[in-house]
Design a binder for this molecule. Structure first.
Ligand SMILES: [Zn+2]
Length: 93
């Protein structure tokens, strides 16, 4: 039996049933840098104005921005570095 160490994405963990797991610490750092759930990336996935999250073919879809005047194309990839982004977590106690 061989024991291995795996690295889990700290951002996906709270949101996904199967968070990203990798053997490589380096590659996990790369993933976390661009993870849709990393609040630093200001994506729909962590935004208070998005009220739909889905998945199609393993790809995250976030396509209902309720910010006034914003209309996203249905079944869109989450927006990244959105200027209207507001952290969903800040409104929770
Ligand atoms: Zn992740």
């Amino acid at each position: 039996m061989i024991e291995r160490t795996v690295y889990q994405c700290e951002y996906c963990m709270a949101h996904k049933a199967r968070p990203k797991v990798l053997f490589s610490k380096y590659r996990m750092r790369q993933h976390e840098e661009q993870c849709f759930y990393n609040p630093k990336n200001r994506t729909c996935c962590t935004c208070i104005y998005n009220d739909y999250m889905g998945e199609y073919g393993g790809i995250i879809q976030a396509n209902n921005c309720i910010y006034p005047g914003i209309n996203m194309y249905p079944s869109s990839l989450p927006k990244i570095q959105c200027v209207f982004w507001k952290n969903k977590k800040e409104d929770k106690p």
